[in-house]
Design a protein around this ligand. Structure first.
Ligand SMILES: *Cc1c(COP(=O)(O)O)cnc(C)c1O
Length: 383
């Protein structure tokens, strides 16, 4: 069957609102002309509020990983050391990128477990050039301590590169206060746009570091992006994905209309509703927390209950028209994840929980349905 309209409750891509889809169907324009400059300027102004920064923001036509590669590639010389913090799949990606451009110094925890800040500090004290961390580790449903890592990076005068791809636009991110030199957001996550763009903020310190790097990527050269940003008519160095810019602009207007604080509160409330429901159903959250580590406010990762795999749950849900995801790689089968990113409503959260209860009941995991819905409603009522 090919329904056009499944409910995607994934940690990206997310459902795209009809007004965003309509915005993307406009005719093409000259990307070196006034109309494009206005769109780019408008996007950057709103993005600065969303990132909480005065830094430049460049928009790259490429998914979040393009932003991650631009950040590391432009600031890392062959013999530079980059501390890569890993407690999930995307932290691992930073390590793989860092090893292409310089040397990764990995600080690894089991996926979904707290990061080791002491180890990060020791490596900084030994003179690492930069530290790269995923703020919201989507693969394991954990929120890592960005503020603390920012403080450490500052203390040792290292650059702080932060993947905010599933926090920016849905959770609190304070790029300037936290001292994030390069922060990366993704279009298809909390911002609610289609996939294909990454938005990157760059500090003056990061630009200075780039001056000494001689093996920068060509297409993802953030200095070239800066040159184009600074032209009379704001541009990108190469032809941007114009329809995606239309979509991004409309998404950012929605963010503005909701208000970023309200949007963060809504995301937090939705994830709390999911967690409360899981608790009532008797399912366990997967991550291990400590005083610096929290559950993600944009994606919930649950351990699959005895006798059912994460993949089974995903497949059962798909039959009922709801797309959730299992675990990636080593977490495949062990967990399943429900995203609550972007322009969702109470309805989307409630129907997902109701259907989850139904499939667990059919599989004999729970004896009756309803506890989860009630628990979610208790939280949603506060909005
Ligand atoms: C989705 C995601 C990315 C980027 O993945 P792309 O497929 O390149 O968009 C990076 N980091 C995190 C934490 C993500 O959730």
């Amino acid at each position: 069957m090919n329904f056009e309209d499944k409910l995607i409750m994934m940690p990206g891509p997310v459902p795209v609102a009809p007004r965003i889809l309509r915005a993307m169907s406009k005719p093409m324009i000259n990307h070196r002309g006034d109309e494009f400059a206005e769109i780019y300027d408008d996007c950057c102004n709103i993005l600065k509020d969303v990132f909480n920064t005065q830094n430049d923001i460049s928009v790259i036509s490429g998914s979040g990983s393009a932003g991650m590669e631009a950040a590391i590639g432009c600031t890392t010389n062959n013999n530079d050391n980059v501390i890569t913090i890993e407690n999930g799949k995307f932290g691992e990606r930073f390590k793989l990128i860092a090893d292409r451009y310089g040397n990764a110094l990995p600080v690894e925890s089991e996926w979904g477990e707290p990061i080791d800040l002491d180890k990060v500090e020791n490596l900084l004290a030994e003179g690492a050039n930069s530290v790269a961390m995923v703020h919201n580790e989507t693969s394991a449903g954990v929120l890592n301590p960005a503020k603390e890592v920012g403080k450490l990076a500052k203390k040792y005068d290292a650059l702080f590169i932060m993947d905010g791809i599933t926090s920016i636009g849905g959770d609190e991110v304070k790029v300037d206060d936290w001292g994030v030199d390069i922060a990366i957001a993704g279009s298809q996550k909390c911002i609610g746009a289609p996939p294909g763009m990454s938005m990157v903020s760059i500090s003056d310190r990061a630009y200075e570091a780039m001056e000494n790097v001689d093996n920068k990527p060509y297409y993802l050269d953030l200095e070239a992006y800066k040159e184009s940003l600074d032209k009379d008519k704001t541009q990108t160095p190469y032809t941007p994905a114009v329809p995606l810019f239309y979509g991004l602009q409309e998404s950012l207007h929605i963010v503005n209309e909701e208000g970023i604080d309200n949007r963060i509160n809504r995301h937090r409330t939705y994830s709390k509703a999911v967690r409360n429901a899981m608790d009532a159903i008797g399912l366990e959250m997967y991550p291990t927390l400590d005083e610096n580590t929290q559950y993600s406010n944009t994606v919930s990762a649950m351990s699959a209950p005895e006798g059912v795999s994460g993949e089974d749950i995903k497949k059962d849900m798909l039959k009922r028209g709801i797309v959730i995801v299992g675990g990636q790689e080593r977490l495949k089968d062990k967990i399943f994840r429900i995203g609550n990113m972007g322009n969702l409503t109470h309805r989307d959260i409630l129907i997902t929980i109701q259907e989850l209860e139904t499939i667990l009941h059919k599989r004999g995991i729970i004896s009756e349905v309803g506890a989860g819905i009630n628990a979610a409603n208790d939280i949603l009522d506060s909005l």
